[in-house]
Design a protein around this ligand. Sequence first.
Ligand SMILES: C[S@@+](CC[C@H](N)C(=O)[O-])C[C@H]1O[C@@H](n2cnc3c(N)ncnc32)[C@H](O)[C@@H]1O
Length: 293
Amino acid sequence: MNTPSIPPVSSAAERTERASDTFSERGVTEDILHTVQCAAGVDFSGYRAQTVERRIRNRMMTLGIHDLAAYHRLLRESAEEVQSLIARLTIKVSRFYRNPPVFDAIRSDVLPRLAQLGRPVRVWSAGCARGEEAYTLAMLLEDAAIPGEVIATDIDPLALLAAREARFEAAVVSDLPSEWAALFLEPIGHRAQTTYQVRDAIRTRVTFEHADLTTASSNAAAPFDLICCRNALIYWNANVQRAIFGHLLSNLHQGGWLCLGEAEWPDRVSLSRLDVVAARLRLFRHRTTESPR
Ligand SMILES: C[S@@+](CC[C@H](N)C(=O)[O-])C[C@H]1O[C@@H](n2cnc3c(N)ncnc32)[C@H](O)[C@@H]1O
């Protein structure tokens, strides 16, 4: 008769060893983030721990490194690797005219009011990735013949390099109204290999700058009439998000517009300084002190 196999009960010593492995891995992860902060000035300690751990592992896999401590050594020796890790930690999924109803609303409801300002309009794309959102906002201004510029900022220098090149795959521009694609993009190559270069009329409206939203330094171009900060906040913990909201509002004109990503919502204090224009679209307006509610 076969005796059923009983899974071995791990000894207290084994359990302690495993626990201390996890503990020391946590320690190395913290050290890695500290190295990134010293080398690049970016503090990822308020970034979601799971995302940080998964993405460090992911980067190690690409490099064929299996040991966290070995990866940390590489990071300490290579400024280039620090940039590559920042690029891997941050999520840059984006596209032109992402979530069309939001841009439709900006086009039909926000821009006509901004046009009435009678001066060049200032727009901030905060967490701009490779520039998809910033160029879309510039197209909106150009299409409506509104003078103005878009300041686009991101924490990831490699994303900003790509953004300045302004060349995109077909899939990334496919949500654009077709007449805009024809007007504002120049196809390069042909058929399956076609990529799209943003034309100068749009490029000259956008300035890309490196900036970390978690550091509360005021944006030199502030205050803005419209701030789009979409899908950049979700990976930060609640404390960091609160600080970022405060930072965004201090850079927004009274009466100015704020647009967030669909999974984002202002904290209670920030919300008390905003009017909700369209909750579903995450569109808000900075309350003016003249008309408090
Ligand atoms: C998913 S992309 C969103 C791009 C675009 N806003 C959109 O909604 O399509 C998020 C971007 O936010 C940037 N980001 C994340 N945290 C940031 C921070 N603290 N300061 C500046 N940019 C940040 C990332 O590097 C990334 O490019």
